[in-house]
Design a protein around this ligand. Structure first.
Ligand code: G3H
Length: 349
């Protein structure tokens, strides 16, 4: 990638690249784009049976990415600001409290320190994270804390992280989160359906969850670290999309292996092929263990190469991450001042 490679199309400055195609109204920057809704299709097993993934080719394709594709200076800053706009700022811990969630929401509203935002030429722009992601218990707290910001609340509401509670309980949890104001629901699938090749059961489960989501957008977590092979990842991606997922997401952050670039390549190629077959657009969310600006740049580069600029927007791409923002802010401070600050200088929840 050349220094001048851009997030958007057309010849624009680095700051403009950040906001290109995105209205900078007083609402959250990530909320002004229409969020595509995937109506799904009937279950058809042709793509599920025929898909093949070559593990070593996927590893080769992605291994050199971080080193080979370097964007520098202003362009790197623009990409990092775009990464911030695509973060689902997340807290999913057993010791979460309303206070922690409120602090997280304050950070989502103002993810960049005002002095850094000004130095980047983005004063007056509404730069926010893509969403805040919490357990059901904290949906109402987050909705209240984000009032007027336009930032959506995403809830993990289906027996997260294992998804092993009864389906009826999971559906009630989804409905309760939507009633409390969640505009996005991150569901988890029953891994057993993938591991036993029970595609009809997986399709029915995801489709039933989609109906329970009503107007909320649904992200389907495949828990790829539990699925044993990239072929299973590809097959589960297809079934989840056919059942109406608006996004497919890699991981809960709680599996032994979470988001990786080979898994990402597998899932985004399924997204590309699904669009070719159906015309429906599905978003992508890698989650779990993405904690450095360098990681974020590698993911953005892969998305740009495989899916194009349309997917480099918060309506079609999110990072599920709890600590990524701190490193990005640190790198942007270095870009502006030439110095690195300690992590503790960047307020996080
Ligand atoms: O969905 C988001 C993940 O749970 C966040 O994982 P992380 O804490 O490793 O960033």
């Amino acid at each position: 990638m050349r220094d001048s490679d851009q997030i958007g199309s057309g010849k624009v400055s680095a700051s403009e690249a950040v906001i290109e195609g995105v209205s900078a109204s007083s609402h959250g920057i990530g909320t002004n784009l229409p969020q595509p809704s995937n109506p799904g299709i009937g279950l058809t097993l042709d793509p599920v049976d025929s898909v093949r993934v070559n593990l070593s080719a996927a590893e080769r394709r992605t291994s050199a990415l971080a080193g080979r594709r370097t964007v520098k200076k202003d362009w790197q800053a623009a990409w990092l600001v775009r990464a911030i706009q695509c973060i689902d700022l997340t807290t999913l811990n057993g010791d979460d409290t309303a206070g922690r969630v409120r602090r997280l929401c304050a950070k989502a509203r103002q993810p960049l320190r005002p002095d850094l935002q000004k130095a980047l030429g983005l004063s007056g722009r509404s730069i926010t994270t893509g969403a805040v992601c919490v357990y059901h218990r904290f949906v109402a707290t987050a909705v209240e804390a984000l009032d007027g910001s336009g930032i959506p609340v995403a809830a993990v509401s289906t027996g997260f992280p294992t998804g092993l509670s009864p389906l009826s309980t999971r559906l009630k949890e989804i409905e309760a989160s939507v009633a409390d104001g969640a505009r996005e629901i991150d569901i988890v699938i029953t891994r057993e359906h993938v591991l036993t090749g029970n595609w009809q059961a997986l399709y029915d489960e995801v489709k039933t969850c989609k109906q329970a989501c009503g107007p909320a957008h649904m992200k389907t977590i495949l828990a790829t670290g539990d699925l044993q092979t990239l072929r299973n990842v590809a097959r589960a991606s297809w079934v989840a999309m056919m059942a109406g997922s608006d996004f497919i997401k890699t991981s809960t952050g709680k599996e032994g292996i979470n988001a990786t670039l080979p898994v990402t390549l597998t899932m985004i190629r399924a997204i590309r092929d699904y669009r070719e077959m159906t015309g429906h657009v599905v978003g992508y969310k890698p989650a779990g263990g993405i904690s450095t600006a360098k990681d974020a740049l590698a993911y953005l580069a892969l998305i740009k190469e495989e899916l194009g600029n349309d997917w480099l927007q918060p309506n079609l791409f999110r990072f599920g991450a709890s600590s990524l923002l701190a490193d990005i802010e640190r790198q942007l401070e270095h870009h502006v001042t030439g110095r690195y600050a300690a992590f503790s200088h960047h307020a996080m929840a």
